[in-house]
Write a protein that binds this ligand. Structure first.
Ligand SMILES: *Cc1c(COP(=O)(O)O)cnc(C)c1O
Length: 387
């Protein structure tokens, strides 16, 4: 193996995919409820996106941001018309989108401190690693950037008690994804917005995992009617094409004037074609409505079929972002599910996370829950026997 061992990979090689189904190199089929970690939100090779990419492949791939890119602007307009925000900066990943947000907040406010939350995840670059409130992400890298502080998540009082005139921004996930699928409550999120206004700080929402229809709204903050200054997006934004975006209010435009920030690849014609085609499908109100309905159906079915198993601690999530907290390690359960033809991903040590494509069928959801019930029921037996 000539690759750095940065990933502990499962013993599975996927060679093709279509919709919610993937096939491995031995011809075995799986129901994919991981979607490349919440990326393939329209399933594998969605026809509308594939067609847009194929057309762009025959025109031009990359020109750099030295030149006008009309399709980049069209992709941006889909983001601004669907949010309370006005301008987009395109980059290539979630971490880069958060980097852009951090840099913009510091430059705009002339302040340096960024408040984030315990168990948060914002990326792996130096600044976004420092922003992430997880010990395991920091380990071994020495002194972090000093201007990040972590508050307890869902602790409204801790937010209200902040007294600090050096805060440039507060950055938060609406649902902590990597941290265990933990939903922020409305009162807490509103307190953050209010504190930002009070401190003259920017309100940044990391929508990298929760955005692009995942929770049944274009972006999860819209469930709470919040008014962020900046949101960041990536994962589902390009249906698997590596892209990211930082989307912000008009008042910030002057701070990011020509020459202050940039990216060679960001929003190149191929990337923009993928973004535009993805959003054309997902941001349709009927499509988002269907995600909401599927989300309710899935959560209800999960509660009905596995909610009372002794190994299941809690079923949580919103839309099609689901976490099943269990009383035993998640990894062996993930392995067992895979043997039963269902792909799932952990979120922390004790949570089985399910991120199906947003156009998953009712039949596929039923099948997935059957498999979960079978596997978790066996584990319940084992747990009881070993006690
Ligand atoms: C995945 C994720 C990131 C990092 O995105 P990359 O594309 O891996 O850099 C940042 N924030 C959240 C909330 C994420 O889920």
């Amino acid at each position: 193996m000539s690759l750095f061992p940065t990933y502990k990979r499962f013993p599975l090689t996927i060679v093709s995919g279509s919709g919610t189904t993937v096939i491995d190199n031995k011809g075995k089929e799986y129901l994919d409820f991981v979607s490349g970690i919440g990326v393939c939100n329209l399933g594998h090779r969605p026809p509308h996106v594939q067609k847009a990419l194929e057309e762009q492949l025959h025109n031009v791939w990359h020109v750099s941001n030295l030149y006008q890119i009309p399709i980049q602007n069209e992709a941006a307009e889909l983001l601004t018309s669907t949010t309370n925000l006005d301008y987009v900066f395109f980059c290539n990943s979630g971490a880069e989108a958060n980097e852009a947000a951090i840099k913009l907040a510091r430059k705009h406010t002339f302040k340096e401190k960024i408040l984030t939350f315990k168990q948060s995840f914002h990326g792996r670059t130096f600044a976004t690693m420092s922003a992430s409130g997880q010990e395991k992400v920091h380990q071994g890298f020495g002194t972090l950037l000093p201007t990040f502080e972590y508050l307890p998540y869902n602790d409204t009082k801790a937010v209200q008690d902040v007294q600090d005139d050096q805060v440039a921004a507060i950055m938060v996930e609406v649902i902590q994804g990597e941290g265990g699928v933990i939903q922020g409550n409305k009162e807490f999120m509103e307190a953050i917005e209010q504190k930002c206004r009070e401190l003259g700080a920017l309100f940044i929402i990391d929508e990298v995992q929760t955005g692009i229809g995942r929770t049944g709204k274009a972006f999860a903050y819209q469930h709470f009617g919040l008014d962020p200054d900046i949101i960041t997006s990536a994962k589902g934004l390009g249906s698997g094409f590596p892209v990211g975006a930082m989307i912000g209010k008009e008042k910030l435009a002057e701070t990011f004037s020509a020459g202050t920030h940039g990216s060679t690849f960001g929003g190149n014609p191929l990337a923009s074609a993928a973004i535009k085609a993805t959003l054309e499908v997902i941001f349709k109100p009927d499509f988002l409505q269907s995600v909401m309905e599927k989300g309710y159906f899935f959560q209800e079915l999960l509660n009905e079929k596995i909610g009372s198993l002794s190994v299941v601690k809690e079923i949580r999530g919103h839309g099609l972002m689901t976490g099943i907290a269990i009383h035993t390690e998640a990894l062996p359960v993930i392995d067992e599910l895979r043997d039963h033809h269902l792909l799932a991903v952990p979120a922390g040590p004790f949570v089985v996370r399910l991120l199906p494509p947003l156009n998953v069928s009712y039949q596929e959801m039923k099948r997935a829950v059957e498999i979960l019930a079978e596997v978790l029921d066996q584990i319940t037996d084992k747990t009881i026997n070993s006690d």
